[in-house]
Structures are given as structure tokens and as C-alpha cells.
Design a protein around this ligand. Structure first.
Ligand code: F6R
Length: 264
């Protein structure tokens, strides 16, 4: 995994925005995998700024979101649909027909629905660039510990740690969803390129396990070690427990010299 060390959240937002922006410029019909959560807000604002000030064009970009809570309507203020509209889609010229977010309101044949979401990705030609955050328990998407590395989009029961982390977004007395529809680890690994963004001290242990620990379904982000083109962009706090930071700095320097496309 290519590890990019930044000094703070603002620098991380700029780096991630630059990489995604370049990918869109290189391929205006980019198939872009998206995540939600606090970490992403600054990155989406940076992409909106690039759209506003540097004419970054999203009109042909096709998006696939990783996940959505089950039992939550798209208009619910805590739905991931709402998050995406508020923080990104309403600020850029994305074509709503090109947006794909799992439907949290489905009932009945969940397996059929999830297979159809996978089909949509395949029909579009696969995901070129997948953006990810990481949970404190090492999850990517909502692939909780012990998720299969072969898993595809499916209904997933959320762990207590994740439900507790999500509680802050919901009002007092509101039910916090206990299940979600999420792309699987297999879906994520099938993306052409993966960009994991992590900020803050609360994620430092998960980051160290994911990047330098053994590959294990107990930390599903460690599956990214199996991906041929995975980059992790970290702020200082998130990188705090990594043991090989000097090596990552050397690699960054050499990558800039010899294979700059990996950082562009
Ligand atoms: C959400 C998602 C999750 C988050 C992760 C980090 O779409 O895929 O894996 O990326 O839970 O969330 P924040 O950024 O809120 O800490």
C-alpha cells in the first residue's frame, strides 16, 4: 500500500481532492466509488471548490456509494443519500441519473436487490477509483470485523462499536439503524484503484493494524494490502502508531521522482 503522510486534515483534503480531480480530468466519464462520514466532508468541499473555481466537470462522472442504512428513507436527514446531496452532489454538476446509492427502503428480497446493485457496477464497467474511510474497528464500507474478503454487496448487521459511533449523528430518542446495505470487500477489491482517507487519533490503532498488521478479516481494511493500487492518505494523528513512517517518507520521495502517476 502506498502511504501518503500529510500534516493535518486540511492538507489531506487538498491531496485527496487533487488526486480525485486529476482522475476526473484524465477520464471525464470516471466511475467513482464514494463514501460518507465525517472524514469525507472536507474532501467533497474541496472537490466542489475545484468545480467552482477550476471548472472540474462532473457531468459524465458515474458514482457508486458504498453503503446506506437499512430502514432509512433517502430524505431522512441522517441517510447517506441526504449526506451526499448536502455535502457533494448539490454543489457540483453531477447528473442524478449517474448516481447510485444503495436503497435503504427496500424490503423483501434483499439478496436480489444487492445482486442488482452489483450488476449496475458491472454494467457501468466497474469502479475506476474507490474512496474509502475506515471505522475505529477497522471496517471499510460497513464490512464489519469477520466479513469475508470475497463478500459482495449485501445486507450487513452493524457491530455495537459502529452503532455507538453512529449514535452521535442521530437525535436523542431516535433509533440508530442496526443494519446496512454495503458493498463487500470483494466489491471494493475489484476496483481499479483505492484511496483510503483517515484523520484523527481515534483511528490510529485501526490504521496501524490495517497497514502494518497481518491480513485478517478481524480488521477488514487489512484486505487492502491485497490490492495492487491502494493508497492511504493519513494526517499526523491517524499515522501516529505506524512503525515505518520514515520508510513511507522515502517511498513518497522516490514515487514523486520515478512513478509520479501513482501520486497524481
Ligand atoms: C461510510 C463508510 C464508513 C466510514 C467510516 C468512517 O460510507 O463507508 O466505512 O467511512 O465509518 O467514518 P467517519 O469518517 O465518520 O469516521
Amino acid at each position: 500500500m502506498l502511504v501518503v503522510l500529510t500534516s493535518n486534515h486540511e492538507e489531506l483534503n487538498r491531496e485527496a481532492g487533487r488526486i480525485v480531480g486529476n482522475a476526473v480530468r484524465q477520464n471525464p466519464a470516471l466511475r467513482l466509488g464514494l463514501a460518507t462520514g465525517n472524514t469525507m466532508i472536507g474532501v467533497y468541499h474541496e472537490l466542489a471548490r475545484l468545480h467552482r473555481e477550476e471548472a472540474l466537470d462532473f457531468s459524465r462522472v458515474v458514482t457508486f456509494n458504498l453503503d446506506e442504512y437499512l430502514g432509512i428513507s433517502p430524505t431522512h436527514p441522517h441517510s447517506f443519500h441526504h449526506f451526499m446531496l448536502e455535502n457533494f452532489f448539490s454543489h457540483v454538476n453531477i447528473d442524478p441519473r449517474n448516481v447510485h446509492i444503495p436503497d435503504g427502503t427496500i424490503t423483501g428480497d434483499y439478496e436480489k436487490y444487492c445482486a442488482s446493485f452489483e450488476d449496475d457496477i458491472l454494467r457501468a464497467g466497474g469502479i475506476d477509483l474507490q474512496i474509502l474511510g475506515i471505522g475505529r474497528n477497522g471496517h471499510i464500507g460497513f464490512n464489519e470485523p469477520t466479513s469475508s474478503f470475497a463478500s459482495r454487496t449485501r445486507l450487513k448487521v452493524l457491530s455495537k462499536a459502529t452503532v455507538d459511533d453512529n449514535r452521535k449523528f442521530f437525535g436523542a430518542g431516535e433509533t440508530v439503524p442496526r443494519c446496512a446495505i454495503t458493498m463487500g470487500i470483494g466489491t471494493i477489491l475489484a476496483s481499479e484503484r483505492v484511496l483510503m482517507l483517515v484523520t484523527g487519533a481515534a483511528k490510529a490503532t485501526a490504521v496501524a493494524h490495517a497497514i502494518e498488521g497481518p491480513i485478517t478479516s478481524s480488521v477488514t481494511a487489512s484486505a487492502l494490502q491485497l490490492h495492487a493500487d491502494a493508497t492511504a492518505i493519513l494526517d499526523e494523528e491517524a499515522a501516529a502508531q505506524l512503525k515505518q513512517k520514515d520508510y513511507y517518507r522515502d517511498v513518497m520521495e522516490m514515487t514523486r521522482l520515478f512513478t509520479p502517476s501513482r501520486l497524481s
